[in-house]
Ligand binder design. Structure first.
Ligand code: ATP
Ligand code: MG
Length: 154
């Protein structure tokens, strides 16, 4: 459906804010969009994509000093949603593979038992089914930044 991306994000980020602050994780949302552009999206699906990315930030970061920051802006006809964490980061040579199905980076820091390596593959499918793009950049030891770009219709 046609969704006003700014209103959608405001509501969604309020939910995440509440959820993460309850777990004592620092969460910041910044809306840098000048006006309320319309994007065609399935709210539940994009929410799932964002949840998978934020879930990783929480899972792989150090809960003691973790901070997650989401930024909404406009770039070249796309609504851009950036999700940054200050976690362990991803080695550069692994970056090309992290959206692959079942791909996991097996390091000691991977403390969970239930991961399948599907979270980012699903996020990518969900975003691409909206004619969007998903990207990652990361510096090992500093953190990761995931970017979702969704085409604006007006
Ligand atoms: P699932 O999401 O199915 O529970 P998963 O988290 O292992 O499993 P993905 O979400 O697809 O799978 O992530 C793939 C791999 O990328 C992870 O195993 C992890 O090693 C790495 N990764 C993903 N996000 C981050 C992040 N924010 N910081 C550090 N490493 C990450
Ligand atoms: Mg995951």
């Amino acid at each position: 459906q046609d969704i006003q991306i700014r209103s959608y994000m405001d509501d969604l980020m309020e939910e995440f804010q509440y959820e993460l602050e309850e777990r004592r994780i620092e969460f910041k949302y910044m809306d840098r969009m000048e006006s309320n552009y319309v994007v065609q999206l399935d709210g539940k699906r994009i929410q799932q994509a964002i949840r998978n990315i934020i879930g990783n930030a929480v899972k792989y970061g150090n809960e003691e000093c973790l901070s997650v920051c989401v930024e909404l802006s406009m770039e070249d006809g796309f609504a851009r949603i950036q999700i940054k964490d200050n976690g362990p980061g991803i080695p550069e040579d692994r970056l090309p593979y992290i959206f692959d199905r079942f791909y996991r980076i097996d390091l000691e820091r991977t403390k969970d038992l239930m991961s399948t390596g599907l979270g980012l593959a699903i996020a990518k499918e969900l975003v691409e089914s909206h004619k969007g793009k998903i990207m990652v950049s990361s510096i090992e030891g500093q953190g990761s930044c995931f970017t979702i770009m969704l085409p604006v219709v007006r």
